[in-house]
Design a protein around this ligand. Structure first.
Ligand SMILES: Cc1ncc(COP(=O)(O)O)c(C=O)c1O
Length: 407
């Protein structure tokens, strides 16, 4: 296999820690049974595997009761579970102009059905939300605030505590798709009421895994109802966690892998992971920020962002924006004769250098409208725990060559 440089960790992380694959193989070959369904020892072992994963996730997010975590297919299902299961007709919801379609589409759906009203809090050109802008949006019937913890387009990290402080008693649903596993998250300290996460990105688990934490005292209508392996004598859905929201056999092979991934992260230390990703981001940003004809989006300070960043190869900048456009300020605003469109740059990186990135809108058109990169989008370079400084040097050199039209 030829050596490639994988920089698409915001879509899904790769590679995975070997123990993730081992845990999944072990479950498939040695455990195999359905947890919580049968009384035999293999079913009990399967149930223990799932319970261990729940416990590890609870430790990671400082969740007092692991049973308040339910496993889902991904963060999209977790977000939908809250949006469709918590909101009632006549409710008002606040969200931001940096959200993923996994938040906006269900919210827009309920809005077009006449179920809810929606306010979109505007973020600035670097994707940052000022919590102060939320106060005037709050109404008597505001029932939920939905916030993307960090942008999947440009890495901007939001001030979760500041947002919670601004909205007070209004429940906060945090979309931690891009932060669970690479940024410390403490649901109690930050006042997070619902935490939606996906297993296959920075949590380093397999695809088809994710989850939702629901603060005690908050009730949700399940998206689906069915067999849970518990209170089987009753024809109605159990009303206790996690069973109320976990109908049908879960992706238990995946959950075994996710549990191993979370244990890997806990042992490695989220701080160590964050430090590594910050160091990569700092080095990469300083290698590309002065390249003529490139704009970097999001904050230039590694502290204020994740290791996901977006660039464009610009020819023309919007009038008046010349010196404060995007994140880069004035350092790289030489005009080029021709723009290299994001899709074209992605193809050159892949075909010419075996550097794998994502281009386009990254399922977040509203974020691109905020960053002024709609409709072409950006070239997204998303680093992860397994990337190295050498890989980022090679990538920076490739980007310089593309910007200089040397390819
Ligand atoms: C911020 C954000 N929300 C939601 C999602 C959806 O993730 P999943 O496909 O795992 O449900 C993503 C993934 O790209 C994301 O980055």
């Amino acid at each position: 296999m030829t050596r490639f440089i994988y920089l698409d960790n915001a879509a899904t992380s790769f590679p995975k820690p070997p123990r993730v694959i081992e845990a999944m193989t072990h479950f498939m070959t040695r455990v195999g049974a359905n947890p919580g369904r049968s009384g035999h020892r293999k079913s009990v072992e399967a149930a223990r595997t799932v319970a261990r994963a729940r416990k590890s996730l609870a430790a990671m997010f400082n969740i007092p009761d692991p049973d308040r975590i339910v496993f889902t297919m991904n963060v999209t299902e977790a977000l939908n579970t809250v949006i469709y299961g918590f909101l009632n007709p006549g409710d008002h919801v606040i969200t931001t102009s940096m959200e993923h379609n996994s938040v906006l589409r269900p919210l827009r759906h309920l809005e077009t059905q006449g179920m809810i009203t929606l306010s979109i809090a505007p973020c600035d050109i670097k994707g940052q939300l000022d919590p102060g802008t939320l106060m005037p949006l709050i109404r008597k019937n505001t029932a939920l605030m939905v916030l993307n913890h960090a942008s999947n387009v440009c890495g901007t990290i939001q001030d979760v505590k500041g947002v919670k402080h601004a909205i007070g008693h209004i429940p906060l649903l945090l979309d931690a798709a891009q932060t669970a596993g690479c940024l410390p998250i403490d649901v109690l300290d930050a006042g997070i009421d619902f935490l939606a996460f996906t297993g296959h990105k920075a949590l380093l688990g397999p695809q088809g895994t994710g989850g939702l934490y629901v603060r005690k005292g908050l009730e949700l209508r399940p998206l689906i109802r069915g067999g849970t392996g518990s209170v089987s004598e009753k024809e109605v859905q159990p009303d206790f966690f996690p069973d109320i929201l976990e109908s049908g056999t879960r992706n238990n092979v995946g959950i075994a892998g996710l549990g191993a991934a979370v244990d890997f992260i806990l042992e490695t230390g989220i701080e160590a992971i964050r430090d590594h990703e910050k160091a990569l981001t700092r080095a990469f940003l300083s290698a590309i920020r002065d390249v003529p004809g490139i704009t970097v989006y999001g904050p230039l300070d590694a502290e204020a962002r994740t290791s996901t960043l977006s660039i464009t190869f610009d020819s023309i900048l919007p009038p008046g924006d010349r010196y404060d456009y995007g994140g880069c300020g004035a350092v790289n605003l030489e005009l080029m004769e021709e723009e290299v469109y994001p899709a074209e740059a992605g193809k050159i990186l892949s075909a010419g250098y075996d550097i794998l990135v994502r281009t386009g809108l990254h399922c977040a058109p509203i974020a691109h409208k905020t960053l002024k990169t709609f409709p072409e989008g950006t070239v997204r370079i998303s680093m992860g725990w397994f990337n190295t400084p050498e890989e980022m040097e090679i990538t920076a050199r490739a980007i310089r060559r593309i910007a200089a039209r040397q390819q």
